[in-house]
Design a protein around this ligand. Sequence first.
Ligand SMILES: *Cc1c(COP(=O)(O)O)cnc(C)c1O
Length: 426
Amino acid sequence: MSDYRIETKCVQGGYTPGNGEPRQIPIVQSTTFKYATSEDMGKLFDLEASGYFYTRLQNPTNDSVAAKIAELEGGTAAMLTSSGQAASFYAVFNIASCGDHVVSSSTIYGGTYNLFAVTMKRMGIDFTFVSPDCTEEELNAAFRPNTKAVFGETIANPALTVLDIEKFAKAAHDHGVPLIIDNTFATPYGCRPFEWGADIVTHSTTKYMDGHGAAVGGCIVDSGKFDWMAHADKFPGLCTPDDSYHGITYAERFGNEGAYITKATAQLMRDFGSIQSPQNAFYLNLGLESLHVRMKRHCENGLAVAKFLESSDKISWVTYAGLENDKYHALAEKYLPNGTCGVVSFGVKGGRKAAEEFMKKLKLIAIETHVADARSCCLHPASATHRQMNDDELIAAGITPDLVRLSCGLENAQDLIDDIKQALGE
Ligand SMILES: *Cc1c(COP(=O)(O)O)cnc(C)c1O
């Protein structure tokens, strides 16, 4: 599939049926797999032969879908996880452990921020958060001798900042560590971070990849480009024998192309078990088949709605990197030439109360804690996800009391604009 363009990979990547085999990816709804001899199975346990033995570690349905996502991102190996949260956790924990340190962009998904700043901190891993707009000097100053990775989001949820991936990749590589990029909002249709120097990509497939609000899931993809052995002192988990896995040294046995995902599967998935169900992987694949068609429409609708909001005198500000006046427009033109995403955030004149009134009057656009699916939805963080904060605390967290986050779905753009207009009383 590697020579085909991304649209073709969305439809047919990851799975090629043989003669007389099912055209659609089969759902292998089985926890376990049968072998003729114990020796056969022993080889699988020793990672000497490839095959399946227990669905907590690997399943053929999941592997076909993961292979498709690896092709879309241009990576060498990938694995599905039960959620985006599991993907973020595994991606970092696979190379950082107690006593280590990670540099992260400060504008990341709230759930990821909590995972890093609270839960993983409790596990002994320290995070330094830097502004995505920091200078190279500020970025370099965040590194410590025990830094093991750098993390950021292509388009941040919900801040909608666009990351200068090359700047972050250079700093990571100058310090001998990989750059991990959460590419959820951009999707590989919009941006392929490996082409800009990223080493590992994560996704909440719950969002645009599934695209229909049907299945929670996550994915991790390895570019295969990071040279673990060249930095063996930093990554003992990959570069020294794993006693919990028959003394295998992942980087030696599986090379740069396969070491990272094999370790995450054989060790983290074995022990934590956050596997995606084969049924959900099947739904995810249905979403992926139309990803390129849907993303184009999400971006068109997002831009049309953002332009309308920019022109309305009932709106105080709009953030959408596709707008020419947006602070991140130049970075979006560089990294996201096919469009950014369908999510727009804006302020309603009159503050918190006006935002609440506006949302109450919407008819077509539903109030939901979700983004990035076929049906348009919106959220007022000040009265929902962040309601425990007062106005001063909200502003400190970068969320103004008037902020509305709107995820433009696949409906007719004019119908969305008309709904917004009537809710604004225009
Ligand atoms: C939603 C989201 C996550 C978490 O994914 P879940 O599938 O909800 O666990 C991580 N990163 C980003 C950018 C997200 O939008």
